[in-house]
Each structure stands twice: as C-alpha cells, then as structure tokens.
Design a protein around this ligand. Structure first.
Ligand SMILES: Nc1ncnc2c1ncn2[C@@H]1O[C@H](COP(=O)(O)OP(=O)(O)OP(=O)(O)O)[C@@H](O)[C@H]1O
Length: 483
C-alpha cells in the first residue's frame, strides 16, 4: 500500500494500473491542484534497491520532450524509501486494453493512433532518444488522442549505461529482428515496434509468435518474417514498411509519421468536418510497393534541388491542369489522392508540361492527364538509399548524380523530399531541362546542409537540405528551400 500522501504533495486517490515495474496510482497534486499519475518504480532484475538513476533517466528523457503525443513526466521523487515518477494523467485505456476489449480495430482508427504516436516518437528520435519499449500497453488512448508513455528504458544518445548492461529490458514480442539478435538498440527498432503495435491493433495479435519464453520468442523473431497482416486494408503497405527486416531501408520514424498522417487524412471516417476535402476512393488491398511512401495530391512544389526560375513555373502549370480538369478531362482520376504505395505524381503538373522556356502548352498539359491516369511504378525506383559518408558528402554524392542519373538521385530522397518534388516523373522532367549542376561550398548545421549550386554554369542559388541518417549513410529527408 502506498502512503496517503507521497512526498508531502501527491494525495493518493486510487490505483489505476499495474506494470512490470510497479503500480501506477491516480493522485492529486496538492500544490498545483491537478490529477497526476504516479508510478512507483520497482526493481530491475539484479537490483537490490530501486534505481533512482533509472527513474531520473526516465524523467529526464520524457521531461525534455514536450509533445502532445508523449505522456509528460513532471517529476521524479524519492520518498518513503521508494522512487516515484509523477506523470501527466491520461484518462482512458491503453491500446492493449482496447484490443482486448474490442478485438481487431478499424484501420482508419489505427492510422490515426499510429500517426500520433509516430509523431511523438519522431520528436524523441530527433533529440536522440530511443524509446525501446514501444508496445500497445504503452500507448495511452484518451478519446481521439493517443500518447506514447513509459520512457522507462528510453536511452538518450550518450547514455551508454543501459546498452552496456546487456539487460533484456524491452518486450520481446515487439522486438525487431536486430534487437532479437542482440544488436544495440537504434531508432529503427522503435519503428519496427510501432509497426508491430499497429499490426497488433488491426490483426488483434502481435506479428511475432509468443513461444512461451523470451528466448524462444526472440529466436522466432530473429529467424522468421511476420506473415503479412490480413485485416490491415490500406494500412498494409505502411505496416510492411515499418516491419521491413532491413533497418537501412525500413522507414524512419519521421517517414512513418508523415505517411501515417497522410493515410489518416485520406481515410478519415466520413461525416466529420475534415471530409470536406476530396475523399479517397475505396483502396484495394495494397500489395508491397516499390518505394516507401506516397505523394500528396495537393503538393505542387518544385523538385528539391531545383532553381527558383523553374519553381516559379509551377502555379502556371498546376492552374492549367486544373482548368482542364474543370473542363471535364479525366477529372476524377486526376483529383484522386495518391496511392499510398508511393507511385509517383498523381494529379500534378506533368513533366511534359514544362517546356524549356517554362510555359506549358495545351498539348503538353493534355499529356499530363494521360500520365496521371496511368502512373507507372516501374518509372519510380524503389527504396530510399543512403549515400555513404557524412551528410555533406551525401549531398555532394546526390548532386554528383545529377542531372543524368535521376533514378539514382531519386533513390536518395526520403518521402517528404519526394512529395515536395511532385513525384518522380516531374522530378525527372525537371532535371531533363538542366545540362549541368555545379556544387559550391557546403556547410553543416545539425542535420541541415546548406549548399550553393550553379545550374548550367549561370544560375546560382543556395539550398538547405535536411539530412537523415540511415545506417551508416545519409538520405535527403527534406528540402527546406532557399535560405
Ligand atoms: N500516465 C498515465 N495515465 C493514466 N494511466 C496510466 C498512466 N501510466 C500508466 N497508466 C496505467 O497503468 C498501467 C501500468 O503502466 P506501466 O507503465 O507501469 O506498465 P506497463 O508499461 O504495462 O509495464 P512495464 O512497466 O512492464 O513496461 C498501464 O497499463 C495504464 O493502464
């Protein structure tokens, strides 16, 4: 039993749950007059006393994160010979309780939960924190809001202690094959675990087989690929990307957050205000697709590495396409949101619409509609491939491929960068109009590379590219436009 008041401040009202490390109590913070969830931190295997350092680590790794989809940790206190973690109270259920209660959940609802949790985890990854215990029991659901909790075994870059301990601290069912094989945790393991969590939500059971003991379960995870989900509908492809056995080509958490948010938008339940946006057609059961993400139908920005003079042509081209659509030429097809499998450039200004002078002609715009109606996956090379070396070197490699090897360069772009390019066809057409690109000085600030470029020996500009690490290399995650 806990004391009635913890640390002279938190008045205990009732227990709200019990986890592997101890009980969680609903308390009233007498100082701030609000309800909080207070977790008594228990012992880790091999410990003889509660580990204040670990509790503080959890508090630190969460407290530094102020995010609407991460459960806030307010305090870690030592009182009555126990450690107590004081957290934001989230009324409602955990995702695992929801699955136990309701069985398989609707993919549209799971997309919403997944997008929110991925957003919170992406923010954690951005500041170097890996959660390491993503699972349905750590996703708290309050109405339409989902939050990731329990950064109890989270690790911030530079905090070597946890990895060196070799302790099995996560939940084996949601372990990635790499973790199951004993490799050091990386953000990619959280992506796998979230994919497995979403899989469990749509299927009603985790992708891994629970073999009754941790070692047998881990062996199964390391040696077998999960069966494709049977009830995931439009989410099947995204879940497949997150459960990619290769951590290098697996989506990053930012990729997942981006794609899930878009899928959620496209498949939002009817009857809500937001469905005023063009509603998607029924989505066929997706087959594995060649690239990790789709593009949005509404984005019509220039290809990431393009000069301003070319970018300014877009409104014109888009306007013309819209005009043709209004005239009734293939309107339905062209306005359809993109296939989440990531086939390039639906509903966009076409490559053919951009003449060397930048003025689209009616004939070329008509060709657009044709292109749009028949997007070809083969034209779009498959997964985002990192370039070796540091971020600046990767940028140099990227522009070194251009303008000739657009397929190779496209492969280095992450989903956000691909989206803002308007799809592969547009991207390739853009570079088709460039004879040479010269890379000037580059500079690095965090993960942003600023690079000076000269096109065709004359037209110069500065671009800022957000880079993202994949394995030992880097991809171009986002074009931040000219600085
Ligand atoms: N911030 C919170 N607000 C509301 N309820 C919570 C909160 N945190 C935890 N709970 C409840 O307490 C239960 C136990 O949480 P806890 O984080 O200790 O356990 P766990 O994650 O299931 O297990 P483990 O510690 O082994 O990972 C949860 O399942 C949930 O029902």
């Amino acid at each position: 039993m806990p004391p009635e008041i913890i640390a002279g401040r938190y008045h205990v009202e009732r227990p709200i749950g019990r986890g592997g490390m101890g009980t969680v109590w609903l308390c009233r913070d007498e100082v701030l007059g609000r309800q909080v969830a207070v977790k008594q931190v228990g012992l880790m295997p091999g410990e003889s006393a509660p580990d204040l350092a670990r509790a503080l680590r959890e508090a630190r790794s969460s407290a530094a994160l102020h995010h609407p989809h991460v459960v806030s940790v307010f305090d870690a206190v030592e009182a009555d010979r126990h450690i107590w973690l004081v957290m934001e109270y989230v009324p409602g259920s955990t995702l695992s309780e929801l699955i136990d209660r309701e069985g398989r959940l609707d993919p549209a609802r799971v997309a919403s939960i997944g997008a929110q949790v991925a957003d919170g985890l992406a923010a954690a990854h951005e500041r170097g924190t890996i959660h390491r215990d993503v699972k349905p029991g750590n996703v708290l659901i309050d109405g339409d809001v989902a939050k990731i909790s329990d950064f109890g075994i989270a690790r911030t870059d530079g905090d070597a202690q946890l990895t060196q301990s070799g302790l099995l601290t996560g939940t084996p069912l949601y372990f990635s094959p790499q973790l199951a094989r004993g490799e050091s945790p990386t953000p990619a393991d959280d992506v796998w675990a979230l994919g497995a969590t979403l899989y469990a939500a749509v299927e009603g059971a985790a992708p891994a087989e629970d073999r009754g003991n941790a070692i047998a379960t881990l062996t199964a995870i390391a040696e077998t690929r999960p069966a494709p989900p049977a009830h995931a509908g439009f989410l099947a492809d995204a879940i497949g990307r997150m459960l990619d056995p290769d951590p290098v080509s697996r989506w990053s958490m930012a990729d997942a957050a981006h794609a899930l948010a878009r899928l959620h938008e496209q498949h939002r339940a009817p009857g809500t205000l937001e469905t005023a946006a063009p509603s998607p057609e029924p989505t066929p059961e997706p087959a594995p697709s060649p690239e990790p993400t789709a593009t949005t139908a509404t984005t019509a920005a220039a290809p990431p590495p393009g000069p301003e003079r070319h970018r300014s042509r877009w409104p014109l081209a888009v306007g013309l396409v819209l005009l043709l659509l209004v005239a009734g030429i293939a309107a339905a097809v062209a306005l359809r949101p993109d296939d989440p499998s990531g086939t390039p450039a639906a509903g966009r200004s076409p490559s053919a619409a951009r003449s060397p002078s930048g003025t689209p002609s009616t004939a070329t715009a008509t060709a657009t509609v044709t292109t749009t109606a028949t997007p070809s996956a083969e034209e779009s090379p498959p997964a985002a491939e990192p370039a070796a070396g540091g971020p600046e070197q990767a940028v140099e490699t990227y522009y070194g491929l251009l303008p000739d090897d657009t397929e190779g360069a496209w492969r280095m772009l992450g989903p956000t960068a691909r989206d803002s390019s308007g799809g592969y066809d547009d991207y390739a057409a853009f570079w088709d109009g460039i004879d040479s690109v010269e890379v000037g000085p580059t500079s690095l600030d965090g993960d942003i590379v600023t690079v000076e470029l000269t096109y065709d020996g004359a037209d110069s500009e500065t671009r800022r590219l957000r880079m993202e690490q994949r394995g030992s290399g880097w991809i171009i995650a986002e074009d931040l436009r000219t600085g």
